[in-house]
Design a protein around this ligand. Structure first.
Ligand code: FES
Length: 103
């Protein structure tokens, strides 16, 4: 079961583990500030925006075109941007820290 950390805008770290599901779902369970998941993971709200450390992108995969279309006009959008609802938690992501993009 992977352990994932979320770094909020003020630097607070929240950590948790999950057996499957998305990073957004884990963030909601942990009460991570800045992750709202308003659309439930259907790529239509952008309230689950995170930044992936560059050396982890080969494991999370890059943002899909649908994610880019959703995020490209959001504050903080960049090459490390992902929708956390589209990051499936697998054991390969154990130890990942995601930076929450929304303050
Ligand atoms: S929860 Fe809406 S886009 Fe991720």
């Amino acid at each position: 079961m992977p352990t994932i950390r979320f770094r909020e805008a003020d630097g607070t770290i929240r950590e948790g583990s999950a057996e499957g599901g998305s990073a957004m779902e884990l963030a909601l369970r942990l009460g991570v500030r800045g992750i709202e998941g308003q659309c439930g993971g259907s790529i239509s709200c952008g309230t689950c925006h995170v930044h992936v450390p560059p050396d982890w992108i080969d494991r999370t995969g890059p943002a899909s075109q649908a994610e880019i279309d959703m995020l490209e006009f959001e504050p903080g959008f960049g090459p490390a941007s992902r929708l956390s609802c589209q990051i499936e938690l697998t054991t390969a992501l154990d130890g990942l820290t995601l930076d929450v993009a929304n303050g």
